[in-house]
Design a protein around this ligand. Structure first.
Ligand SMILES: Cc1cc2nc3c(=O)[nH]c(=O)nc-3n(C[C@H](O)[C@H](O)[C@H](O)COP(=O)(O)OP(=O)(O)OC[C@H]3O[C@@H](n4cnc5c(N)ncnc54)[C@H](O)[C@@H]3O)c2cc1C
Length: 454
């Protein structure tokens, strides 16, 4: 049932944020584009499940307002980012320490203030959120940490990327920071930012993560992770994104699909996850992945957890499976029905067998309240959530494989939303340069019709 006349300039394989943002850049430049997505919905890993009025993300909840591509990506102009309180709450030695920082609005000075406030708070008497403590050491240690974060916020990214590269855990040990500062603050923070509990990630990527933390604010998209792909898809002409279409092979001039046969084109952009990309193009590198599990709860007794406000709570004690947790409905009220709370907790690495029970026990310590009657809304486990970035890690992996064949996605950059968008930015630029050099493009049909299903 193939219609041989069917042709577009560019076929994009995969409708995650990388594929969708590349499609927006290409169609805006007058290049006819179709995005083929195997799943029944667009968005890839950035999906949001709706349960009884709650909006439950599969993805962990840590974006940064300083991610440059969130500002630069056309189509995301109306994205609302809901910010966590500056700094973090730290659970250390059985106590929870509040940063006590004012909302200073995402500047390096703000982040430094957070750290100083963290470090200089007097020791509190009990293990309840809001009681003060000294999780990162004494005044000298705090000043050192503040200075280190300040330097990292002020260092240009290209300079960070030219530093010697080690596993992050080794680099932390070599930087002359006191163990208390490293274990009480930097390790749990980096584990959460990198989804890597053992800190095997390249120290350059860890520096980038700290740079983002120190120069911006942790945040979540209002309405859930799916807000990003929805906004991007909404900018494309109807029919540009085709869901339920699995691509089975690619070349520089066509793709073959399981449902619609061959589609001819002038360029193919592979925007799948790393594993699917390597299945279509054997030889592409497949990294290891960090598994991530996100557990969502609600409770009818919200008073105890509401004390955490809009803070992200990290466990520096590693006293259970939860790496970080937050009352997400405080940060973004649209994620829970009126009057209800949503508590979202992230487990890094391979989860224990009965993950929900283990998480509940751990959360009862972290929030200082019984969790026995909490209701579990969802447990989302993603074994291949985040590509590992072990050293040596190339953050600018080539996106142009051949004239006519391109690849993007988080595995070509950093394993983050920022990395996925940035790789798409680079790939779209490479395609436009190649197609521009080859002559005028098809402009007639902004949303071409697919061949009928066979
Ligand atoms: C649990 C979890 C927690 C995370 N935490 C964070 C975080 O805190 N901060 C952060 O910045 N990032 C985080 N990430 C990473 C972030 O979600 C990803 O980097 C980003 O969503 C990747 O987008 P992408 O477009 O590159 O790939 P994907 O979203 O994987 O999109 C690829 C698309 O290709 C499709 N596809 C695959 N094969 C085919 C085929 N043969 N034919 C057609 N379509 C195909 C897939 O169905 C998918 O829709 C997390 C991810 C997960 C899963």
């Amino acid at each position: 049932m193939l219609e041989p006349a069917y042709q577009v300039d560019v076929v994009i394989v995969g409708a995650g944020i990388a594929g969708l943002s590349a499609a927006h850049r290409l169609t805006s430049a007058g290049v006819t584009t179709v995005v083929l997505e195997a799943a029944p919905y667009a968005g890839g890993r950035m999906s949001t499940e709706k349960v009884d009025g709650f909006r439950l993300d599969r993805i962990g909840q840590l974006l940064s307002t300083s991610y440059p591509e969130l500002r630069r990506t056309p189509g995301l102009g109306s994205l609302t980012l809901r910010r966590f309180a500056p700094g973090v709450l730290l659970h250390r030695d059985g106590q929870t320490h509040r940063t006590g920082a004012p909302a200073t609005g995402g500047s390096a000075r703000g982040a430094l203030h957070v750290v100083r406030a963290l470090a200089s708070a007097p020791r509190g008497p009990a293990a309840a959120p809001g009681r003060a403590g000294a999780p990162v050491g004494g005044a000298v240690d705090q000043a050192r940490l503040g200075a280190a974060l300040g330097r990292i916020a002020a260092t240009p990214v290209e300079r960070l990327l030219s530093r010697p590269e080690l596993p992050a855990a080794q680099a932390l040990a070599a930087r002359g920071m006191p163990a208390r500062t490293v274990d009480g603050f930097l390790r749990p923070l980096l584990a959460a930012l990198l989804c890597d509990p053992e800190l095997t990630t390249s120290s350059r990527c860890a520096d980038l993560a700290l740079h983002s933390f120190a120069s911006g604010r942790l945040c979540v998209p209002e309405g859930g992770a799916e807000a990003l792909p929805e906004l991007l898809a909404g900018t494309l002409a109807p029919g540009t994104v085709r869901t339920g279409v699995r691509v089975t092979s690619v070349s520089t001039t066509s793709v073959t699909t399981a449902e619609h046969g061959e589609i001819r084109c002038r360029a193919v952009l592979l925007a799948t996850d790393a594993r699917a990309a390597a299945e279509l193009l054997p030889g592409l590198r497949v990294p290891d992945f960090h598994p991530v599990t996100v557990v969502h709860h609600t409770t009818d007794e919200p008073a105890a957890v509401l004390a955490t406000g809009t803070s992200l709570l990290l466990d520096a004690d590693r006293g259970g499976p939860v790496a970080h947790t937050a009352v997400l409905s405080n940060v973004d009220p649209s994620r829970a029905p009126a009057g209800r709370v949503l508590i979202s907790s992230t487990v890094l690495g391979t989860p224990p067998d009965d993950v929900d029970t283990a998480v509940r026990i751990h959360l009862s310590r972290l929030y200082g309240t019984s969790t026995r009657r909490w209701e579990t809304l969802a447990v989302h486990h993603t074994p291949q959530a985040v590509p590992a970035m072990r050293p040596p890690h190339d953050l600018r992996r080539p996106v142009r494989l051949l004239a006519g064949l391109y690849v993007c996605g988080d595995h070509r950059d950093t394993s983050t939303v920022q990395g996925a968008l940035h790789s798409a930015h680079r790939a779209a630029a490479a395609i436009l340069a190649d197609l521009g050099a080859a002559g005028p493009m098809h402009r007639a049909d902004p949303a071409p019709t697919l061949p009928r299903a066979a």
